[in-house]
Design a protein around this ligand. Structure first.
Ligand SMILES: Cc1cc2nc3c(=O)[nH]c(=O)nc-3n(C[C@H](O)[C@H](O)[C@H](O)COP(=O)(O)OP(=O)(O)OC[C@H]3O[C@@H](n4cnc5c(N)ncnc54)[C@H](O)[C@@H]3O)c2cc1C
Length: 511
């Protein structure tokens, strides 16, 4: 097997075969002078700041896992034309088996974070791979955008980059199109052309992971109207580019009192940011779409980009539902109720949802479409079905787990420090325990469950599952557009084929 020997942060290996970076290389690259502001202050170093360091460590761990020789077959793929070995998330799938290979790698990554980090590097990698899989779409523009998407994909894979994205304008006044907002530079858009590129001004929401990423993809997925051309762009921007300012929401990791009390928030709070592009220069080579209302939409729907990116999202959701089900089962067992038939039925309901989401993933592979260029697109109806059901399903499942856990989620010591106070520790150890689960173990499991279903971190996850793929009504509309209604309505019509003469339904199976 190839021994992984890094020569520089450029990730090039001595044998020239593999282009993977490890966790410490990722962390080093974040010390780049990026402008991140939180709680009224500029963050000097996201890798050490308490709001971000836990999430940085988790992402670094993912890179280490991908570099680990034992995961080489799962986590890497080889570009057929160059023989370069890269992260599997940059694979352009060409068969059902390629999609399965990709899923196995994404799943291994998702399990490292229990599906609780949505925008790990494999998410936008799926979009970049989808763009590069369909250069003809970008070739419709009279510039070199087709070359740009192919070159950037190759660059991103070779450098093993982590890209976040901001593709939705900030909520200011949704009743007006972009160009009719009170100021033309509220939504991020083109301010001017300069030698060698364009200047962007304005803001975009809601860059999950933007503070932790190397690059940010800036574009628009919301439909734009004539007059909005300046906002119809798709560009790649380094997170540390002059003028990029990242404003994360309140950090749940920073607010957490200890790892023991908030075992998930402290490790997996990827943060979501308003990203301001304050006169940011983008060279032409990093532009994929420029002032083109049709192309800015086509990039999502006429390439496999949206499906590949959201296939990753479904792998992550599937992992998260298995985790949720596992935590619920352990709490029920600890409370001594897991043998009761109604409780088993409730656990079965959780398991049914987890199985359904995983089943849709497998069905999306089975029903993949191979396009004229030989690229495999995951099944659209299956992918949209999962995203359309998730917003309501996730909230319902949180309620199911809360129901199973009862007041035990709340009847907990205020913090791990209570165990260190001899005046109360004995009482806690006496009254907060279950057979086979001394107090510290019982509390550890229930604090985990609370951080999963009830804490501020958990509540953000609920909002995430409702909105990360777009507002629920939009996602359901996409499901409407991608379901085979012809087949369904033909079935419905066939049931109406009565013989008008006697109003009797035809006897089935009798000619
Ligand atoms: C936790 C989290 C993480 C996110 N991460 C990212 C990210 O990494 N990158 C990114 O680009 N975006 C991200 N988003 C943003 C996400 O894409 C948007 O929230 C989503 O597209 C919906 O847009 P909106 O929030 O502006 O809601 P709106 O479009 O304002 O809709 C809000 C609600 O208003 C109502 N409504 C609005 N318009 C209509 C209409 N025409 N008809 C009927 N009802 C309507 C609906 O009830 C709708 O749910 C994230 C969001 C969340 C919550």
């Amino acid at each position: 097997m190839t021994k992984v020997i890094y020569t520089s942060h450029q990730n090039q290996l001595l044998d020239g075969a593999a282009f993977m970076r490890n966790g410490s290389q990722y962390v080093d690259a974040l010390r780049d002078g990026r402008q991140v502001f939180i709680e009224g202050e500029r963050v000097e170093d996201v890798t050490t700041h308490p709001a971000f360091r836990g999430a940085v460590r988790s992402i670094a761990h993912l890179y280490d896992v991908a570099c680990d020789e034992q995961h080489r077959d799962t986590m890497t793929t080889v570009f057929p034309d160059t023989g370069e070995r890269v992260n599997v998330s940059y694979l352009i799938p060409r068969s059902q088996e390629d999609l399965a290979r990709r899923r196995r790698g994404l799943r291994l990554w998702a399990e490292q974070t229990y599906g609780l980090m949505g925008r790990t590097p494999d998410h936008v990698a799926g979009f970049l791979s989808g763009f590069a899989a369909a250069p003809d779409v970008f070739a419709r523009a009279d510039k070199d955008f087709a070359d740009n998407v192919v070159r950037f994909h190759r660059f991103a894979a070779r450098e093993d980059i982590y890209a976040a994205y901001t593709i939705v304008p900030p909520q200011i006044d949704r009743s007006k199109p972009a160009h009719q907002q009170a100021d033309p530079h509220l939504y991020a858009g083109v301010k001017e052309e300069r030698d060698g590129g364009i200047v962007i001004k304005g803001a975009q929401m809601l860059g999950t992971g933007a503070a932790l990423a190397d690059w940010i993809h800036l574009s628009s997925i919301v439909p734009l109207r004539p007059g909005d051309e300046d906002y119809a762009i798709s560009v790649m921007v380094p997170a540390s580019a002059p003028g990029v300012k990242i404003f994360p929401r309140r950090s749940y990791a920073h607010a957490a009192t200890s790892d023991y009390d908030y075992p998930l928030a402290t490790r997996f709070d990827e943060t979501d940011s308003l990203v301001v592009y304050d006169d940011v220069f983008v060279p032409w080579e990093n532009v994929f779409v420029y002032r083109d209302l049709d192309l800015v939409q086509a990039q999502w729907w006429q390439t496999p980009a949206w499906l590949l990116g959201n296939n990753q999202a479904q792998v992550r959701l599937s992992t998260k539902l298995d985790f949720l089900t596992g935590v619920a089962k352990q709490v029920a067992a600890m409370n001594g109720v897991d043998k009761l038939p109604p409780v088993q039925g409730t656990l079965g309901e959780l398991a049914a949802h987890a199985t359904m989401v995983n089943g849709l993933l497998l069905a999306a592979e089975y029903n993949c479409r191979i396009d004229d260029d030989g690229v495999a697109w995951p099944g659209a109806a299956e992918t949209f079905a999962s995203t359309a059901l998730a917003p309501e399903m996730y909230g319902k499942l949180l309620t199911v787990v809360r129901d199973l856990c009862g007041g035990g989620l709340i009847q907990l010591p205020s913090s791990v420090e209570d165990f260190d106070n001899p005046e109360i520790a004995e009482q806690i150890e006496r009254y907060v325990q279950s057979p086979g689960h001394p107090a510290r173990d019982r509390v550890r499991l229930l604090k985990l469950a609370w951080d999963l279903v009830g804490s501020e971190f958990a509540s953000r996850h609920h909002q995430y599952e409702m909105f990360y793929a777009g507002a629920p009504f939009v996602v359901k509309m996409r499901m409407f557009q991608n379901y085979d209604f012809d087949h369904a309505t033909t079935l419905a019509d066939s049931a109406l084929e009565y013989d008008d003469a006697d109003d009797r339904a035809p006897a089935l199976g009798v000619s």
